[in-house]
Every structure is written in C-alpha cells, then in structure tokens.
Design a protein around this ligand. Structure first.
Ligand code: WTA
Length: 656
C-alpha cells in the first residue's frame, strides 16, 4: 500500500461556509430533515422554486405502478425554455452562455440570445424534416456548440435525443440507432482531437450499411473540417443547408413532466447496452439543484465540466445544468494533452474558470506529466480564479485527491467528489462545498433528499463500518424511468426481487465510516468495469471477442491500474492451438483491434492472454475470481482442486 492510511479531514473555508447556497452543516441537516418529514412536500417545494412550469403540477409522486415512478406528472414544461428563454427574460440575453475552445485554440463565444436563435433555427429545421414530439433523434457529434444546439433543439420540439459518444464504432452506433428506432441522425464530417482530423461520417455510412437503420430517414451533417465527405442523395443533408431560411424563433413544445427528454445507452452486466430513459421535469430539477448546491453556481462563475456530451456527465453538467442556471460555461473540443499536458491549466488561466469538474483518470495522467515537466505543472499557471473543484466517474484515490487539492486548488478550493450514475441523472452522494468536511477518497454524504443506504444480500441495513450493497430507498425525481423498449430488464436490473423490489440497486458496493457515516464506494458488484471513468460490460467485450473467427472462448475481467483505475484483461481460447511468442503477440493485436472495431477503442483489452482452456467449476462456470487473481499477478490461494487442467493456470499467468 503506497497510500497513507491516516484519515485527514479538510474543513470548508469560513468564506465558503458564509457564502455558499447551502451554508454550513446545519443548513445541510435542515434540508435532510425537511425531506425526512415530508418527502413529497420537499421535492414539490424545490420543483416549484427552481423549474419554470407552463402548467403547474398538482401531483408530486405517483407510485401506483412501482417501480415505474412518476414525478410532477400533470405539470407541463419545456426544458429548452428553462435553459434559454427564461434566462433571456431575466435579462441575461447578452451574457455569454458558452465559451467554446476548439482543438486548435480558436475561441468562440455564444450569448444566451445567440444560442436561442441557433437552437430555434435547428428546431425549425428538424420540424420541417418531419421530426415530431416523441421521435428519437440520434446525435453522433464531437464536442461542439452544434452538439449542444442539437440536444437543445430536440428538447425544444419534444423529440427524444440519444447521443452516441464519437469514439464508438459503426457497430455500436448501428445498435443504438436500431434499438432507439431513430428517425434522424445528426453527425459531422470529421472531428478534431489532438491536432488530428478524425473522420466521423464514414462510420455513419458503415453503420447504415450493416442494416437495421431503416427507421432513420435523414442524416444531417455538420461541416466541421470540410474534409472529403460522401453524401448520400435523398438521405444526407448539410447542416448549413438545412438551416437556410429557417425562422429565428420557435415556439417550444410544452411536454408533460414525464416526457422522455433523452435516452442514453450504457453498459450493464448482461447483454447489449441498455437505453436509459430520462424524464423532462424531474431530471431538469436535479440538474439545477446540483448545480446550485454541489457546485454553488453563482452568476459570476465560469463553469467547466471536461466531460464529453456523449456521456451523462456531459448531458447534465454541460448541456442542461449550467444553461438552466444561466451560467457561463466552457466547452472544449480537444484533449487534455494537446498541444501539451498543460492545456487544462492554461484554459483555466485564460478563461478565469471558477468551478472545474473533471475525472480522476485525467488528474492521474496530468500528475504524471507534471512530475516529468515543470512547464506543464499547474504551478506554472495562474489558477487563482478557481474556487471549487469536482471529481466524477470513478473513485478518486487519496493521493490524486491531495495533489488536485494542493496543486490545482491551491489548498483553498473544496473538492466535491460526486458519486452518481447514468441512471441517477445527477449527483447522489457528494460533499456540498460550504457544508461538508471532506475526507480524501470518500464521496461523504447523500445529497439532501436522497435516501442512500447500504444493505446486505437480503436488503437489511448493515451497520456503519461494514461493507455492503449500495441502494437508494426512495424514488427521486431524476431517476431512470425505464430501459427503452425493455421494461422487464429495467425491473430486473434496478428493482430486483432480492430486495422484494423495494430499493433501487445502484450496482456498486460501498461502506460507511464507523464514526462519521461517510460513504466510500468500493467498486461495482456486477460485471461492469470502470476504465478511465468509462463503463464497460465484461460480457460485451467477451461477445465481441468470440465473434472473431479465430476465437472459441473468452473471459474478461478487470484488474487495478494506476492510471485508468481499472484495466481490461482478456483470457482467450482459440479454435486452433494456443499461440506462443511473436505469433501470440500478433494475434493479440489483431483481437484488440477487432474489439476496437466492434465496440470502440475504449474497449480494447490492455492485457490479452491465451490458454488451452479456461478455469471452470465442475458445473462449467468460468471461475472469474480466479481469473481476477491471475490478472493481478497474485499468488493463487483459492481451492483449484476442481479444475480439470490445473496447468492452464500457469499458461494464463503468462503475459505476452
Ligand atoms: C462509478 C458517471 C466512485 C460507479 C457519472 C458508478 C464513482 C459508475 C463515482 C457510473 C465516484 C461514478 N466515486 N465511483 N465519485 N462516480 N462512479 O454511468 O461505479 O458512466 O456506478 O456515470 O461510475 O458510471 P456512469
């Protein structure tokens, strides 16, 4: 263990306590107590105060058809109205909404008024192409103003968007278009990252070529680079042409609170990725509340969330939360290491960023770069504008936390270590910057109103100090509504019979500190890996591997990795004899690239090994726990007497 075991507590500064939206621990406790006393009344109050409704709701929570909960169901609103028009009506029309910094450093500013015009014109274009309320639109765009405009334009007309991360392969894109039954796709010719132009449109064409995208009649193409781009007559249209002649105003479609704002596909332990469906009203409420309480967002803040709009963090903390709060935010096209690993620090300095939200993987890689080169160390930049730092997506190890705190935050800025998931819509367990004393490595306490708890296999509470299964005991407004097209899977995944369907099952293990009750997430308890903050199902990767003509069998496990949190380790049995030496390396490479093509580069196994067989129990189940030990390079202490061929353990222990 290289990390210090002594627990250090960091108190929020007096200034933060005095000025934050949730000011001090007593204010935090008062909110929790209010929710405890009158759960529905608490959320109803907040929904009335923070969301602008076209038709006010009269019913807060409907549990009749649990676990298909409904919030604010007879209320009507429009999410894009809440993000744009209402800010302009409040006098923020000229305020900068987005500061976009391109990969090459070019900066573009968009005011709230400009943004509304851009959203309205695209919304009109979508309508003119026949897109209606409830239709699904897939967005496969790089980080761009256009990406945010496309999402907001869907919200404006009540279309349900499904953003697909630009790093996903043609196969993954095809599966998502097909599952969602999308009527339209919005994409770009190319994307620019790290000084390179990477074609995007050919991946779209490949996806369509696979079949299954027949529902999708129109492809709108944003010309990002002007590189060569094949356009299919009758299907593909340039974005700038689609916008020609469109009016600058667009009447929002007022939708029911439960109307699906978006689907976002994420990995589970079995089968294909699932389309997590979110609502409009409840989702927006939590996006706003967490911006105000977790990030303490103020009118003068410059907010920067470094996530991609392809992930939920980009949805809640780029497209919706910051805009709904009328803030100024940074949108960054590029990567943290181009032109050098000082890019984040330089951008914070240039744009005077005040609230910065990133992932532990990024921090860890930048620590490594800063250690090697003073020029890209945060100390070489003026980061004095910063006041709050955030972390998301995976556990942050205490050493990375301390470095982030001291070197980026100047030992002055609280770090909010926010635990949440695609399914939860927004933060679930997190410090509040002016209230919660921080402990590195702990996401501390539930967001006010969230009934997080730790239980055993039968659903009984475990005492503090004892690890268990993380659940949420009561429904909350921004929770997942269903898995698109598969309500049974929704129930099985999140409200399983193990707990008599009473609790939301997060899929993570956790432990509460024996004295403080602080939560620490101990990692997934299912077959989902977290690589650099990206969720990957082991089964998905296994299916991709066995789809290769050479592969007979494959088992995928995670192993700890200093940089990426977890790394993918694949054990493969070929249909032919076990390869060795250079041949093994060559086949391993081929298989890695194959997985990259099947799913996307983020799914490529870091470590790939071959065996004549896989270790199995007598009943034929793969002994994953054993494989995890082998992947870690541990001494095997488990009982292996039931193995048919113990010699394979030595084979599988060999790295290539
Ligand atoms: C993990 C990302 C520890 C967790 C917003 C969860 C975390 C999964 C944290 C969801 C955190 C996220 N500390 N673990 N602060 N935040 N996780 O759906 O395993 O991409 O279940 O949502 O990431 O990943 P997802």
């Amino acid at each position: 263990m290289s990390e210090a075991t002594e627990v250090r507590v960091y108190q929020p500064s007096q200034d933060m306590v005095s000025n934050a939206a949730v000011s001090g621990m007593d204010a935090y406790k008062a909110l929790c107590a209010e929710a405890e006393r009158d759960y529905e009344g608490y959320w109803a109050r907040l929904a009335r105060e923070h969301v602008t409704w076209q038709t006010p709701f009269t019913r807060t929570l409907n549990e009749d058809n649990r676990p298909f909960f409904k919030w604010f169901e007879d209320g009507k609103l429009n999410v894009s109205y809440n993000c744009l028009d209402r800010n302009i009506e409040a006098g923020l029309g000229d305020k900068t909404a987005i500061i976009f910094e391109a990969d090459d450093g070019t900066v573009t500013r968009v005011s709230y008024s400009d943004l509304l015009v851009r959203v309205s014109r695209l919304a009109n274009a979508l309508r003119s192409k026949g897109v209606k309320k409830g239709d699904r639109v897939v967005i496969y765009l790089p980080m761009s103003i256009e990406g945010i405009v496309a999402m907001q334009a869907c919200a404006r007309i009540g279309a349900t968007h499904s953003v697909v991360f630009g790093g996903f392969s043609a196969q993954s894109l095809r599966d998502r278009i097909s599952d969602a039954g999308a009527v339209m796709l919005i994409t770009a010719d190319e994307q620019c990252r790290g000084g390179k132009n990477i074609p995007l449109k050919p991946i779209v064409d490949e996806a369509f070529g696979m079949g299954g995208c027949e529902s999708c009649k129109t492809v709108i193409v944003y010309k990002r680079t002007g590189g060569a781009c094949n356009m299919v007559a009758g299907r593909d249209v340039w974005l700038h042409e689609a916008l020609e002649g469109q009016a600058d105003t667009c009447e929002p479609e007022w939708v029911e609170a439960e109307h699906p704002l978006f689907l976002l596909y994420t990995s589970g332990s079995t089968g294909k990725p699932k389309g997590v469906q979110h609502s409009s009203g409840g989702y927006l409420l939590h996006a706003i509340l967490t911006m105000k309480w977790t990030f303490d967002i103020k009118p003068s803040d410059v907010f920067w969330c470094t996530a991609d709009i392809g992930w939920v963090t980009g949805h809640t903390y780029i497209t919706y939360g910051p805009l709904a709060c009328g803030s100024t935010e940074i949108v960054f096209e590029g990567v943290p290491t181009y032109p050098d690993a000082g890019r984040f620090w330089k951008m914070i300095q240039d744009h005077k960023v005040t609230v910065f939200y990133t992932a532990p993987t990024a921090i860890r890689s930048l620590i490594k770069a800063a250690d090697a080169n003073d020029a890209v160390h945060p100390k070489s930049y003026d980061l004095s504008s910063l006041r709050i730092l955030g972390s998301v997506g995976e556990p942050i190890n205490p050493a990375a936390w301390e470095w982030y705190y001291q070197n980026v935050g100047g030992s002055r800025c609280p770090i909010v270590d926010t635990f949440w998931q695609t399914e939860t819509g927004g933060h679930m367990i997190t410090p509040l910057p002016g209230a919660t004393p921080m402990v590195p490595g702990s996401c501390t306490l539930p967001f006010p109103g969230i009934q997080a708890a730790i239980v055993d296999e039968t659903g009984n509470d475990v005492p503090w100090g004892q690890g268990g299964i993380l659940v949420v005991k009561k429904p909350w407004p921004s929770m997942i509504r269903t898995i698109y097209g598969d309500p049974d899977r929704f129930v099985k995944s999140y409200y399983p019979a193990d707990f008599q369907g009473r609790y939301y099952l997060a899929g993570d293990g956790a432990i509460r500190d024996a004295k403080t009750g602080y939560f620490t997430i101990t990692g997934r308890i299912d077959d989902v890996l977290n690589v650099s903050g990206h969720r990957m199902g082991t089964m998905e990767i296994e299916s991709a591997l066995v789809a290769h003509p050479l592969v007979a069998e494959a088992a995928v496990v995670g192993r700890p990795d200093d940089l990426t949190g977890e790394a993918i380790c694949a054990f493969v049995v070929l249909k032919r004899s076990r390869p060795t030496g250079d041949e093994a390396k060559q086949i391993a490479n081929e298989l890695r690239n194959w997985v990259g093509k099947e799913i996307g580069p983020i799914a490529k196994p870091k470590d790939l090994r071959f065996g004549d067989n896989l270790p199995k129990t007598r009943s034929g189940k793969i002994m994953r726990r054993l494989l995890r030990s082998i992947a870690k390079g541990e001494q095997i202490t488990q009982d292996t007497s039931t193995l048919e061929n113990p010699a394979i353990l030595d084979q599988l222990a060999q790295t290539l």
